[in-house]
Design a protein around this ligand. Structure first.
Ligand SMILES: [Zn+2]
Length: 374
C-alpha cells in the first residue's frame, strides 16, 4: 500500500485495490490504519471530473512530513547538504566551499555539523529522518561502501564513508558516487522522468556516468560501472591521474580545457574561469569546449552502441556551456555510433543544474521510503 501511494500520490481506494490486488475490505482497513498513524492523508477528489453515481471519490496520499531524508554531496571543492520531505521537496539547503580531497576527517565533521544545523533550523525530529544519502566524487565499492579513491581523492583511499557518517550523525547512511546520484535525481525529478534507459554524464573535475538500464541503476559487480572519464581516447595522450594514458578526462574535463588554454595563451587559466570566457564568446575557449564536446561524444558513442539508451543527460560544471558543448557532442555520438542505435536518441542538459547530485543522494533514501516507513 505504501509503495503504491509513493508511486502514485492522490490515488483513490478503487485504484489501490487494482494496483495492490488486495480486496476492497482489506484496502479500507489498511487505509484507516495508515490515516490513524499519520502516514496517509485523505482529501476530496477533483470535483470537475464527471462521476456517474455516489459520493465524491476521496484521494489518498502519503503525508509529505511523515518522513524526511538528508542528502550530502561531497565534491572535490565543496560540501552541500539538504533536508527533504518524503516527496523530495527541499526544505533546507547549505553549500560550503571546502578543499575536500586531502581532509576527510574535517569534511565528515563538517557534514555532521550541517546535518545538525538542518534538523535544528527546520525543527525536524531526528527520529523522523529515514536516513542520509551521500554522493561523493569517488568510485564507491557496492557492498563495503569503501572508496576506490586512488589518484582521485588522495586522503580518502580505503575509507568507509557509510560507517564514518553513521558514527558522526547516528543516522542510517547510504553512499553512492556523484554520477550515480545525478542519474537518480534526473530520473526522479528532472529530465529523465519516465525514461527507463538513459545515461547521465557528469562533466566536472572528474568525468563519470550514471547508467540506468531497464529502470535500474547499472552498478556492475563491485559498483564501479560507468567510469566514462577513464575510457582510453588518445593513444599517446597525457598520463591520467588514474595511472593510464590518454583517458577522456585528460582532454575533456574543465580542468583539462583550462590546462590547454593556459599552455596556449601562456597565462594561468582556471576551470572556474571558463563560464565567463564562454559568455564573452572568446573564440579560443569556445573552440576548446567544442573539441571537448566532440571527445565526450566519441566516448559516449561506445556506451550508446553497447547500451542503446533513449536519452543522454549532460550535467556537471561544463554543462553550463549549453549548445556550444551539446552540438559537437551530438555530432560526435552520431558519427561514431551504429546508425540504428543513434537514431532517435535525445541528448540534453540536466533539469536540475548543480543541485542534481545532492538531490539524487537524498533520493537514494527516498526511493526506499515505503520500506523504511513500514
Ligand atoms: Zn584515467
Amino acid at each position: 500500500m505504501l509503495e503504491a501511494l509513493h508511486a502514485s500520490p492522490r490515488s483513490s481506494r478503487p485504484e489501490l485495490v487494482r494496483v495492490t490486488g488486495l480486496s476492497r475490505a482489506t484496502v479500507s482497513t489498511l487505509v484507516a490504519d495508515l490515516i490513524q498513524v499519520g502516514l496517509v492523508t485523505e482529501e476530496p477528489g477533483d470535483e470537475s471530473e464527471p462521476r456517474r453515481t455516489g459520493r465524491p471519490a476521496q484521494t489518498l496520499s502519503l503525508v509529505p512530513t511523515a518522513g524526511y531524508a538528508i542528502g550530502a554531496d561531497i565534491g572535490h571543492q565543496h560540501v552541500r547538504v539538504i533536508l527533504c520531505d518524503l516527496f523530495g521537496a527541499v526544505l533546507w539547503e547549505h553549500w560550503v566551499a571546502k578543499d575536500v580531497d586531502r581532509a576527510p576527517a574535517e569534511t565528515l565533521d563538517l557534514v555532521a555539523v550541517l546535518v545538525g544545523r538542518a534538523l535544528q533550523e527546520t525543527g525536524v525530529d531526528r527520529d523522523r529522518v529515514l536516513g542520509i544519502g551521500a554522493g561523493i566524487a569517488s568510485p564507491v565499492e557496492k557492498d563495503s561502501g569503501e572508496l576506490g579513491a586512488e589518484g582521485i581523492m588522495p586522503g580518502w583511499v580505503g575509507l568507509h564513508l557509510t560507517g564514518e557518517l553513521r558514527r558522526r550523525t547516528g543516522l542510517p547512511v547510504q553512499v553512492t558516487n556523484d554520477a550515480n546520484a545525478g542519474a537518480l535525481a534526473e530520473l526522479m525529478y528532472g529530465a529523465a522522468r519516465q525514461v527507463d534507459d538513459m545515461v547521465y554524464v557528469r562533466l566536472s573535475a572528474g568525468i563519470g556516468a550514471g547508467i540506468v538500464s531497464n529502470g535500474q541503476l547499472l552498478l556492475g559487480a563491485r559498483g564501479l560501472a560507468g567510469e566514462l572519464g577513464h575510457l582510453p581516447l588518445i593513444a599517446d595522450g597525457l598520463i591520467c591521474r588514474c595511472g593510464n594514458r590518454g583517458c577522456l578526462e585528460t582532454v575533456a574535463s574543465p580542468v583539462a580545457i583550462a590546462r590547454l588554454l593556459s599552455q596556449s595563451w601562456g597565462r594561468q587559466i582556471a576551470a572556474r574561469d571558463l563560464p565567463a570566457l564562454i559568455k564573452q564568446r572568446n573564440t579560443g575557449a569556445l573552440r576548446a569546449v567544442r573539441d571537448a564536446g566532440d571527445a565526450v561524444g566519441r566516448a559516449l558513442s561506445t556506451l550508446v552502441t553497447l547500451l542503446n539508451p533513449r536519452l543522454i543527460v549532460v550535467g556537471g560544471d561544463l554543462a553550463s556551456a549549453g549548445e556550444d558543448l551539446l552540438e559537437p557532442l551530438r555530432a560526435g555520438v552520431s558519427r561514431h555510433t551504429l546508425p540504428s542505435a543513434a537514431r532517435g536518441i535525445e541528448i540534453v542538459t540536466g533539469g536540475l543544474g548543480d543541485g542534481a547530485e545532492v538531490r539524487g543522494a537524498a533520493g537514494l533514501v527516498l526511493s526506499a521510503a515505503p520500506q523504511l516507513l513500514a
